[in-house]
Design a protein around this ligand. Structure first.
Ligand code: SAM
Length: 277
């Protein structure tokens, strides 16, 4: 009989958020696969749990996953944890779940803290729909393509961000979504210096240009506002005038045409041609 893989969520700051099932599972499993064994050790020693640990992280996940699967097939049960929150969510684990399923191993979730869900609950939005975008790539082209694909997105969009990249990301949001777009900044959730507030992209940008960002951030960006249904001629006129406004703000004609074409559902080449006149 194979054992079981347990996907165990751990606190995102406040250790009081560990669940009773997470503690039971960490105590009763045979071993723990942890993203960073030192971080896991701190958590385990706080709760007085001693358990064999193996490291399971981004760069060893394929081979280590195979080793974990072999142990589970031999009858051991494994708890997977990451440094904070729910494994797999912008964290390693997805491949291990797939490998276990492939091998016929039962996979059980032990739900608990997750930064994106916590942040969305604070956004004050009626929408039950949202998109989770995780971290933007550090690669400029991939980042641009990712944000371009979201220009017309109506649903609120949730992003993770590291403090040293925050200003850059807010600049990119201003370019992609407009500087007056609403945003929830959720920082250091569940920790001593927790804060969350709604503002605009422009106001957040100017705040963090003045005050160096510290701590962990989740950003919940409002979806694109509903635009009235326009006939083709009006849509083109509106797109051209939106593109002209973007050019006046300093965007290149090419990017302004792309932005306006997506926003108004018209042909990019036609907007670009109109800007040349
Ligand atoms: N798996 C985790 C989860 O369930 O949320 C996310 C892991 S991801 C590597 C780490 C990112 O989550 C941070 O850079 C930050 O964007 C967000 N995050 C984690 N803890 C947070 C907290 N206490 N407050 C705000 N954001 C947090």
């Amino acid at each position: 009989m194979p054992g079981t893989l347990y996907i165990v969520s751990t606190p995102i700051g406040n250790l009081g958020d560990i669940t009773a099932r997470a503690l039971d599972t960490l105590r009763s499993c045979d071993f723990i696969a942890a993203e960073d064994t030192r971080v896991a050790m701190r958590l385990l020693s706080h709760f007085d749990i001693q358990k064999p640990l193996v490291s399971y992280y981004e760069h060893n996940r394929r081979e280590r996953g195979e080793a974990v699967v072999r142990r589970i097939l031999d009858g051991e049960s494994c708890a997977l944890t990451t440094d904070a929150g729910t494994p797999v969510i912008s964290d390693p684990g997805g491949m291990l779940v797939a490998q276990c399923r492939e091998a016929g191993i039962p996979v059980i979730t032990i739900p608990g803290p997750c930064a994106l869900i916590s942040a969305f609950s604070l956004a004050g939005l009626e929408s039950t729909r949202f998109t989770f975008e995780g971290f933007l790539s550090v690669n400029k082209r991939q980042r641009r393509e990712h944000l371009d694909s979201l220009r017309g997105e109506r649903r609120p969009m949730i992003f993770y961000e590291a403090p040293h990249k925050l200003v850059n990301t807010l600049e990119d949001f201003a370019e992609a979504f407009g500087s007056d777009r609403g945003i929830l900044i959720a920082r250091e959730l569940t920790k001593t210096h927790e804060e969350s507030y709604r503002t605009t992209v422009a106001a957040a940008l100017s705040h963090y240009q003045e005050n160096a960002p510290r701590g962990e951030f989740v950003l919940v960006v409002d979806g694109a506002p509903e635009t009235p249904v326009l006939d083709a001629e009006d849509a083109m006129a509106a797109a051209v005038s939106a593109a002209e406004a973007k050019v006046a703000e300093g965007l290149s004609r090419r990017d302004a045409a792309r932005y306006a074409a997506e926003a108004f559902g018209v042909a990019r080449n036609a907007v670009y041609a109109a800007l040349q006149k």
